[in-house]
Design a protein around this ligand. Structure first.
Ligand code: PEP
Ligand code: MN
Length: 277
């Protein structure tokens, strides 16, 4: 084998009899034949905004709903999220659409309440090496969507996954969301190589986030198609009913029409790599 990671990583890597793991979310198997599409706004801003987004992504064929209630923002002056009120709105959106909900927990003390409402707990890029948080979600009863840190290597991502698996939670989905490079026009550089690389060394499902990975709405669909072509098990896409008014990440958020067209374009790409939408 020419590609390998440190043998100290035991649980996040492939082994005999453990070639591919699927993670069950409701009746959907992430890592199975169908491509998981997790869509919704960056932040839960209001009941109206979230319901409109939820119905739009459901109608276009999304498999899960996203929306941040606890938001990791670069500045303390920016919108910090609605907190538990946001979680209640997400739960209501799940009731109305039947879509499982993915949302972030930023601190060990937040995990309990997020677990009460969410179907999948997201660990954000800025927290990929927050070891107390990783240990806490290792004891959670819900699947974890683990985002790669913007300055983290593939081995470090697998090391973070190892914490969750070692803690006793077998349900980890890895997420490539772009890394920092010298390139300044895009928000990050989406590392598509991470997809076949992770699929080669790890048994865990891999999803790609072209929204944070590019920072520009125009670049989201082409990179989403590239991710599926490269073998991703799923996508995380920011969709906002009115991106110009978004409280966070408007520039990278697709409008509902853009998301519907993307869903139509993804079908043939998925079929070309023996997957379905
Ligand atoms: C997000 O998904 O809203 C988010 C904050 O992503 P990241 O942690 O990848 O920046
Ligand atoms: Mn965002």
């Amino acid at each position: 084998m020419t590609i390998s990671v440190t043998p100290r990583i035991k649980l996040a890597v492939k082994s005999e009899g453990r070639e591919a793991t699927t993670v069950r979310v409701g009746d959907f198997l992430v890592g199975g034949d169908r491509i998981a599409v997790i869509a919704g706004p960056c932040s839960v801003e209001s009941r109206e905004q979230m319901m409109e987004a939820a119905h739009a992504v459901k109608a276009a064929g999304a498999t899960m709903l996203r929306g941040g209630a606890f938001k990791p923002r670069t500045l303390p002056y920016s919108f910090q999220g609605l907190g538990e009120e946001g979680l209640r709105i997400l739960a209501e959106a799940r009731e109305e659409t039947g879509l499982p909900v993915v949302t972030e927990a930023m601190a060990p003390g937040e995990v309990g309440v997020v677990e009460e409402y969410a179907d999948v707990l997201q660990i954000g890029a800025r927290n990929m090496q927050n070891y107390p948080l990783l240990k806490r979600v290792g004891r959670a009863g819900k699947p974890i969507l683990l985002k790669r840190g913007m300055g983290s290597t593939i081995e470090e991502l697998l090391g973070a996954a190892e914490y969750v698996l070692h803690g006793g939670n077998p349900d980890v989905i890895l997420c490539e969301r772009g890394i920092r490079t010298f390139q300044k026009i895009t928000r990050f550089t989406l590392d598509i190589t991470a997809v076949p690389l992770l699929k080669e060394v790890s048994h865990l499902p891999v999803v790609v986030d072209p929204s944070h990975g590019t920072g520009h709405r125009e670049l989201v669909a082409p990179m989403a198609r590239a991710a599926v072509a490269a073998g991703a098990d799923g996508l995380l896409i920011e969709v906002h009913p009115n991106p110009d008014e978004a409280k966070s990440d408007g520039a990278q958020s697709l409008r509902p029409e853009g998301f519907s067209s993307l869903m139509r374009e993804l079908g043939p790409v998925a079929r070309a790599v023996d997957r379905s939408l």
